[in-house]
Design a protein around this ligand. Structure first.
Ligand code: PRT
Ligand code: ZN
Length: 297
């Protein structure tokens, strides 16, 4: 049995480069094969499968890969589809990631009046996410006809093949261009790291835990900043409170000063200009905000 961990990610598309970058930042380098389907991990026993995003949930459920990165929208739809055939299934989420954010929304033609979800009764709804849509409608007690389309869902109302749609939205410009208006949020989604429900061998579990620690470090680092400043000793408590996401900063003496000290802290949440202005207002000076390269909690 292989002692290498197999990770499936999208080969090309919206999640591809962010997923590769995440693994790269975790220190995994790959030998890229010519067919670009399987990449061998050089620096850790972690190999990559590069596939269409729609295949990733199946690969996880069938144990073709150990872990995989895919949008929650795709994972949930696939799980519901499989559950309809086989009954309840597990597709454990290991980490929600900080990219691929979007929402699955119901949109109606701009000219159509819409007061509440009950207006969808007896409507024809085009979507690539029939299971998620059905679950939402069932919860809302709505009885509508779902038309499954595999792409170009947004043009269905103008073609007359549907009355409204359920589709992914990020900026909203596709809806606007098609004279559609968002009226309900079916789900919020982002890329997530999933684990196959198949049990992992102990040595692979050790490897996975190691990888997860690195992923946590990478996710933390994105927001984290190292902040250095000078401050009156008397304002230390207030200063610590103003530093976003910082715990017990390092306090150092300043040569030749008795009531001013240097404060160093790792802020794990975004540091904005407003934070710096507030720090200055209570006596901080020489404030420096530095990026953090790597972090291991
Ligand atoms: O080839 P493959 O099957 O692997 O890729 P794909 O074409 O099926 O997927 P891809 O790469 O388009 O999207 C992969 C994942 O990215 C999705 O499953 C979501 O989890 C996530 N994601 C984030 C999005 C969007 N944002 C998004 N805006 N996926 C699709 N869109 C589309 C949406 O369908 C609509 O057509 O973008 C359009 C709307 O965008 P706005 O900005 O105009 O609102
Ligand atoms: Zn796809």
């Amino acid at each position: 049995m292989s002692n290498r961990l197999t990770v499936a990610i999208q080969k090309s598309g919206r999640l591809a480069s962010d997923s590769l970058e995440l693994l790269d930042k975790c220190g995994i380098q790959f030998v890229q094969s010519k067919d670009k389907l399987f990449w061998f991990g050089k620096t850790l026993p972690v190999d990559l499968l590069l596939v269409r995003d729609d295949d990733i949930p199946q690969f996880l459920l069938d144990g073709v890969c150990d872990i995989g990165i895919v949008g929650e929208n795709v994972a949930d739809e696939a799980r519901l589809e499989r559950e309809a055939e086989q009954g309840p299934l597990q597709l454990p989420v290991l980490r929600r990631l900080n990219y691929g954010q979007c929402r699955l929304s119901i949109a109606v033609p701009e000219t159509q009046t819409y007061d509440s979800v009950s207006d969808l009764n007896d409507q024809r709804i085009a979507t690539s996410y029939p299971r998620l849509t059905r679950a939402f409608l069932d919860d809302a007690g709505v009885n509508a006809k779902i038309i499954k389309l595999s792409g170009s869902v947004e043009i269905a109302p103008s073609l007359g093949t549907a009355d409204c749609i359920v589709d992914l939205v990020s900026t909203g410009s596709t809806l606007r261009a098609n004279h559609l208006r968002e009226v309900e949020d079916v789900m919020d989604s982002r890329a997530a790291l999933y684990q196959s429900p198949n049990e992992l061998a102990a040595n692979k579990q050790v490897l996975l835990n190691r990888l997860l620690l690195r992923i946590d470090g990478v996710l933390q680092v994105k927001e984290s900043k190292y902040v250095m400043l000078h401050a009156p000793r008397s304002a230390l408590a207030q200063i610590t409170e103003l530093l976003p996401g910082a715990e017990s900063p390092t306090v150092l003496p300043l040569e030749g000063e008795t009531d001013r000290v240097a404060v160093h802290a790792v802020c794990t949440e975004s540091v904005f200009w407003e934070h710096l202005e507030a720090l200055k207002a209570i006596g901080a000076s020489a404030v420096l905000v530095l990026p953090v390269e790597k972090m291991l909690a």
